[in-house]
Design a binder for this molecule. Structure first.
Ligand code: UD1
Length: 348
């Protein structure tokens, strides 16, 4: 039987690489397009080590229409695409808004332009809980019907704008385009082989990489950004989801579009991907310490600008419709992040 082919843009990145592994494990043929702006080709070797199969890889920038089109001409028709390729650093997006708008919007527009010219297209979009901003108290945990609030950063704006672009394009191409937008909460952890994981450049902005770098002694101490929020222990609350669980949701979304598209509500759907459990920053620290036995020195620091106070997912729509659940226990997730950090240290 012919294998179905999935194009993964940004497939050498953190979530993209884990998703490529899950797709291959589920029998899909994967083609990765990545400009390696925040990753390296070494990740492709590591994916091959895990799955025994090297995904086809093209170094190209999706924001460059002619380069991207050439790749697709060479690859031929794909059955589906997952679009990860985007910049994602909130602080950087505030300093370099044009770079974010240009890259994140242009890449998606190019992908849509190329794929809508074929008879049938199915696209999974990598969105974020950032589209909800700070939900009102009565909307927590947040479900897909909660109102979208104006994003706090250009990065967040690009996710909202990309969803609008997808919505309009889905409307215009009712007969040949299917879209699923996955709104991730906070992805953490690494593949249990410790061959792929998050590779922050410079000082990590996200919490877990900072925690693991502090654990290994690369950072002196962790700053907890604020302990005077209106939460039980005063620190911010998020929904931390294991990256391999997240990756599996992409496979489920692809299968829905390819095999059960008649069950879709229209040709565009949205799903929250989270665990349903909110954890405060202080709880993350203590859960990490409990799982690994390593103490994290930390201090309370001022609030970080632009942070929302608390947000966690109601994932029941994804649980029910995609038949997917974030199943990995938190201690295993923490251990995977720690193993990855140790692996990085021993490689360097
Ligand atoms: C945000 C977005 C998320 C986006 C991500 C991209 C929201 C709710 N979430 O994640 O959608 O994909 O950026 O990077 O907008 N913290 C510390 N000390 C640190 C680092 C973080 O206390 O050194 C705290 C933060 O204040 C926050 C929590 O840890 O409360 C998580 O922070 P982070 O990992 O940066 O993710 P978000 O800001 O939630």
């Amino acid at each position: 039987m012919k294998r179905l082919k999935v194009l993964v843009t940004g497939g050498a990145g953190y979530i993209g690489a884990h998703t490529t592994v899950e797709l291959q494990k589920s029998g899909f043929e994967v083609v990765v397009v990545d400009n390696l702006s925040n990753s390296s080709e070494d990740v492709i070797d590591r994916i091959e080590k895990i799955t025994g199969e090297r995904p086809r890889f093209f170094k190209a920038d999706c924001a460059d229409l002619s380069a991207f089109s050439k790749v697709l001409e060479e690859v031929g028709e794909v059955d589906a695409a997952i679009h990860f390729a985007a910049f994602k650093a909130v602080g950087e997006s505030v300093r370099e808004p044009l770079m974010y708008y240009r890259n994140n919007l242009q890449s998606l527009i190019n992908l849509l332009q190329i794929l809508t010219s074929s008879a049938k297209a199915a696209i999974v979009f990598s969105s974020s809980c950032t589209v909800y901003g700070q939900p009102d108290k009565e909307n927590l945990p947040v479900n897909e019907n909660a109102p979208l609030k104006k994003a706090e950063s250009p990065y967040g704006m690009t996710k909202q704008m990309c969803e609008d672009i997808l919505e309009d394009t889905a409307k215009a191409f009712k007969d040949n385009l299917k879209v699923i937008s996955l709104r991730y909460f906070n992805p953490i952890g690494a593949h249990d082989s410790a061959l792929i994981g998050e590779l922050p450049r410079g000082v990590p902005q996200n919490l877990l990489p900072f925690v693991t770098q502090t654990a290994i002694g690369k950072r002196e101490q962790l700053n907890v950004f604020g302990n005077d929020y209106n939460t039980p222990d005063g620190s911010c609350i998020r929904d931390y989801i294991y990256v391999c669980d997240l990756a599996k949701a992409h496979v489920a979304a692809i299968k829905r579009m390819l095999y059960e598209s008649e069950m879709m509500e229209g040709n565009i759907e949205y799903f929250n991907l989270g665990t349903g459990r909110g954890l405060s920053v202080l709880e993350v620290i203590s859960e990490f310490e409990k799982a690994t036995g390593v103490k994290i020195p930390y201090k309370i620091a001022p609030r970080r600008e632009g942070d929302v106070e608390q947000v966690w997912a109601d994932p029941s729509k994804a649980n029910k419709i995609l038949g997917w659940i974030a199943e990995t226990p938190l201690d295993e997730v923490m251990k995977s992040a720690w193993l990855w950090e140790q692996r990085l240290a021993s490689d360097s």
